[in-house]
Design a protein around this ligand. Structure first.
Ligand code: UT7
Length: 326
């Protein structure tokens, strides 16, 4: 059966580290509160001249190298991001031009923290129906530039980074076995940026009113996230006629350690089978799943034939999972 197999992974995080102690100087918070409530110790922050495409290109080049392909071999590039370089063109177009993937069609997907899994699912459809053979899928964010650094509800949890995979159509047992995407737009206002678009176009007033920054009802988002993630992981397992005990690795969106712990506890999956890097990177939205995957692939945790579940939840609201046989 034709499936999309992940033949390369890559990640990139900016070099500047912002610790919880640094945040103590910006807002009324503490290292203790942040560690206890989120599991985050530090996060990476892009340089002033570093945009989402810059991070994406570095992650993409690492994935291309691991896959052993040339940029011209890529037929499709999809970037999941809510922090594109600019409204248009797409960040994927900029990446396509700069890496020399001249044969690839390229576009972005806006599904917030679920953006990478949404993008991977779209690429998977194109590969399985035979339209394209090789796809570059990227999750990348520079959230530090859309955060209100005086809002302790948001500034302590987010960070910047990028992750990428190369998918290739292959006949065999390995690859993406299924993807599961969901949206509930009735709760869009739990997590959003009000201004800068066609609803509240840029004006001096809206900037003064801080409408250009992310707003989040964290506690309500947290509760919906736990329930939705449990359901969408089970959906992937049951769809493939498996049991939670068949899963070797969960690679979760690193939103909050307590969300991850609550979800795997409900599923009776030991935390040792979860790939975690939230302590070092915080919540990097669409980048978090491919960044954690890259780590687990490169350090040898992920082995051939392992059953892996990706999961994510974010603004939209959107949530998603994917089940992969490595
Ligand atoms: O990425 C995908 C979507 N996003 C998420 O999944 C994020 C989900 N939400 C969260 O991760 C958590 O809700 C937060 C980490 C954002 C907040 O944690 P919480 O346990 O839900 O805290 P809370 O908002 O219920 O606030 C509890 C208390 C409040 O004080 P009082 O009212 O109990 O006196 C807050 O004012 O903690 C206070 N607080 C803080 N204290 C120190 C809120 N933020 C901070 C802070 N430092 N940064």
């Amino acid at each position: 059966m034709l499936r999309s197999r992940i033949i390369g992974t890559g990640a990139y995080a900016p070099s500047k580290v912002l610790t919880n102690f640094d945040l103590e100087k910006l807002v009324d918070t503490s290292d203790e509160w942040i560690m206890e409530r989120t599991g985050i110790r530090e996060r990476r922050i892009a340089a002033e001249d570093e945009a989402t495409s810059d991070l994406s290109i570095k992650a993409a080049n690492n994935a291309i190298k691991m896959a052993g392909i040339k940029p011209e071999d890529i037929d499709l590039i999809i970037v999941g991001t809510v922090t594109p370089d600019m409204f248009f063109p797409s960040t994927a177009s900029i990446v396509q031009g700069k890496i020399g993937a001249k044969n690839a069609v390229a576009f972005d997907i806006s599904a917030a923290c679920s953006g990478f899994i949404y993008a991977m699912s779209i690429a998977d459809q194109f590969i399985r129906n035979g339209t394209y053979k090789t796809a570059l899928v990227i999750g990348a964010e520079v959230l530090s530039k859309i955060i209100d650094w005086s809002d302790r509800n948001t500034c302590v949890i987010f960070g910047d980074g990028a992750g990428a995979v190369i998918l290739r159509g292959d006949n065999g047992k390995s690859g993406i076995l299924s993807t599961h995407l969901h949206t509930d737009g009735s709760m869009w206002d739990l997590l959003y940026i009000p201004g800068g678009g066609s609803r509240y176009p840029v004006s001096h007033q809206m900037i003064d009113d801080k409408l250009i920054y992310m707003k989040m009802k964290g506690n309500e988002t947290f509760k919906v996230a736990v329930k939705s993630l449990e359901a969408v992981i089970l959906e992937a397992i049951e769809h493939n006629k498996m049991k939670p005990s068949d899963v070797n690795w969960i690679i979760p969106h690193q939103a909050n350690l307590r969300i991850i712990q609550a979800v795997v506890k409900r599923l009776d999956i030991p935390i040792e089978r979860v790939v975690l890097n939230i302590e070092r990177y915080g919540n990097t939205s669409a980048a978090s799943v491919p960044m954690a995957l890259d780590e687990a692939v490169r350090d040898g945790r992920v082995k051939k034939d392992d059953v892996i579940i990706f999961e994510a939840f974010g603004a939209g609201l959107t949530w998603a999972s994917a089940l992969i046989r490595w």
